[in-house]
Design a protein around this ligand. Structure first.
Ligand code: PG9
Length: 618
């Protein structure tokens, strides 16, 4: 009897040869997690299902939903670490939200990662450029509709956010929005890929983005590297024109690459998908906080462009934030950017003191009182946040600073003169010191604050500088370039950089002594001086007028610092080289079209080159 009592029950044995992956859904016991992570295929109106991860804090009730629609892997975004803690599986920037009970949702856009359907890089709105019944506006609508009906822990109020491409999808959700969409925070949104965001700036092609296109569009995942074998981007691109680089690696088989090569000018393809133009024609019903960084190296154009298009009619529904950040740094640590140090983590400060109170206000059942600034910018140089009701501030006065004789820079208009240099496409000006790989985050992310001394003494860079300032000069807004220049060629690029030169002996931060910090830098492709749509050859050796804006900045040039302007005709390999001989489509330029040209920049008199600074009283 005793032996029978202690014998193991025979039926409980696992057969030795049972398959070890059974196909049955495995789940960890609920007790090891403080949240529930639901993976759902949400059906869109055309039957395509989009992979969506819904992360619900344990015990959530009447909770707001914060949605992000991304081409960068929703599954990965919601499994950062192998933890049972909600804030450890989600991106760091979500911490403050989920700690306060928000439901966080990430979705793969159609055609990427685990979502069904086709991926179109900048999927245009339904209409002339999109003959289907779906776009990011309808996908956002259908997703929100599903979420409010199927997530019982929610209070039926949804916010949308995300940076860059997800900033673009956040903006697209504002077109004929779902009534449950109550607030949006598009961060560094891609808005106009030709004017100043990812693909071109004023018509100059951002050829390092070719690597992004290969990664993003060769497969549904982001797993394709171009087998160049060369780490230094300058050396990698130098042997080829942009078009030949594309063809060398067979990348013209990628449809988006072909679209870029077929639409080098600002034609109906680009005009019809510019999100600021799409939004300008509609009512603005959803409170929206546009966010960007002063040193956003990818999408500095988008947020201010939407602000300019909508701010008058949107009234206090629209907010603008410009932080002292690189692209998307709003979602990471921002106690510094390169050598620039801030007194606090400026991204965390923004997210806790401004972004979350803004979303709380529109998404919570009983929001706490909040005082949300209409415009919030960070005054770099002085390192302090500034609130205002307008951008640029109402008291910003357009104040020209002129190129002067002997490479001076002066607030008084000088007598007429000119300076010349030879721009040789065989030896283009590097955008970062060599060797450097533009795909390496350490190089790419902080490059807009890299020390411009690395090129200021080149013979193909003109450098003009003021005396040390006796009092601070504070600018707020987008400085405007008024360039008068001639080229011996028939096409040309013009790069203009507004720079803060630190004192030769910078006691506060010795390693920044003499540092040349770009405050606003931009390129303009000369063939578009009269029309963005219809390029035209530049008459050789005839002075032409070029007008374009530098990125928005709120910057204080401190006493003892100097203001500098640099002018050059290449910025390589970030921008493809201009052959300097007019050809109909630069993607198809032949090696013989690339010619050296003598560039003459006018100063003073009736053709005075200047930067119009938006100076605000101190
Ligand atoms: N700037 C990137 C991008 C946005 C939109 C289109 C293509 C690229 C990004 O960081 O998402």
């Amino acid at each position: 009897l005793i032996a029978a009592l202690f014998a193991a029950p025979a039926a409980a044995q696992t057969p030795v040869m049972q398959p070890d992956i059974t196909g049955a859904k495995f789940a960890f016991p609920a007790a090891v997690r403080d949240h529930e992570r639901r993976e759902i295929m949400i059906p869109m109106r055309d039957g395509v299902k989009l992979y969506t991860v819904i992360v619900v804090p344990a015990g959530a009730k009447r909770a707001p939903i914060l949605l992000t629609r991304t081409p960068y892997n929703a599954g990965k975004a919601t499994s950062r670490t192998a933890s049972g803690k909600i804030e450890a599986i989600l991106p760091v920037a979500d911490t403050e939200f989920v700690r306060d009970g928000y439901i966080r949702v990430y979705q793969d856009v159609r055609g990427k990662y685990k979502s069904e359907g086709d991926y179109v890089v900048n999927r245009p709105l339904r209409g002339p450029l999109n003959a289907t019944a779906v776009d990011h506006a309808t996908d956002a609508y259908d997703t929100i509709d599903w979420l409010v009906k199927n997530v019982p822990e929610s209070n039926g109020r949804v916010g949308i956010t995300g940076s860059s491409y997800p900033g673009f999808t956040s903006l697209m959700a504002l077109i004929d929005p779902h009534p449950a969409l109550k607030a949006a925070v598009p961060q560094s949104p891609m808005v106009d890929g030709w004017m100043g965001d990812d693909w071109f700036h004023n018509g100059a092609f951002r050829q390092t983005m070719v690597d992004w296109i290969a990664g993003q569009t060769a497969t549904r995942a982001d797993d394709t590297l171009i087998p160049t074998g060369i780490d230094d981007s300058y050396a990698r691109f130098l042997p080829y024109s942009a078009g030949d680089y594309v063809r060398r690696y067979g990348l013209d088989a990628l449809p988006f690459m072909r679209k870029l090569m077929e639409h080098p000018a600002y034609d109906a393809y680009w005009q019809g998908q510019a999100v600021d133009k799409l939004l300008a024609g509609r009512q603005m019903t959803v409170p929206t906080m546009l966010v960007t960084g002063q040193w956003d190296q990818e999408d500095s154009y988008g947020a201010p462009a939407v602000w300019n298009a909508l701010q008058a009619k949107a009234g206090d529904k629209l907010h603008l934030v410009i932080g002292p950040w690189r692209h998307s740094q709003v979602n990471y640590d921002a106690t510094n950017l390169g050598p620039l140090k801030y007194p606090e983590d400026t991204a965390l400060a923004f997210r806790t003191r401004t972004m979350k109170p803004f979303l709380d206000k529109y998404l919570k059942d009983e929001p706490p009182a909040a005082d949300i600034p209409r415009v919030l910018t960070y005054q770099t140089g002085a390192n302090q946040w500034q609130r205002s009701t307008q951008w640029p501030p109402v008291d910003a006065t357009p104040t020209p600073i002129y190129l002067g004789p002997k490479f001076t820079l002066t607030f008084d208009k000088p007598a007429a003169g000119a300076d010349a240099y030879v721009s040789d496409p065989a030896k283009p000006v590097p955008f970062v010191p060599r060797p450097g790989n533009a795909d390496d985050g350490q190089v790419w992310r902080p490059w807009l604050v890299s020390d411009q001394r690395n090129v200021s003494t080149r013979t193909d860079v003109l450098t003009y500088v003021t005396e040390p300032l006796t009092k601070a000069v504070h600018i707020a807004g987008a400085p405007l370039v008024e360039l008068h220049a001639a080229t011996s060629g028939t096409d040309s690029d013009w790069v203009v950089k507004l720079i803060d030169v630190y004192p030769d002996e910078n006691i506060e931060q010795v390693e920044m002594s003499g540092y040349q910090l770009g405050v606003g830098m931009e390129i303009f492709r000369g063939r578009y001086r009269n029309s963005f749509e219809k390029p035209s050859a530049i008459p050789a050796n005839k002075v032409q007028r070029y007008k374009f804006a530098l990125p928005n900045a709120n910057h204080r040039f401190l006493p003892g610092h100097r203001i500098m302007v640099q002018i050059q005709s290449s910025w390589f390999p970030l921008y493809d080289r201009n052959p300097q001989k007019f050809v109909p489509n630069i993607f198809h330029a032949k090696p013989a079209d690339y010619i050296a040209a003598t560039q003459r920049v006018s100063r003073g008199g009736s053709a005075a080159t200047a930067i119009i600074l938006p100076v605000v009283p101190d």
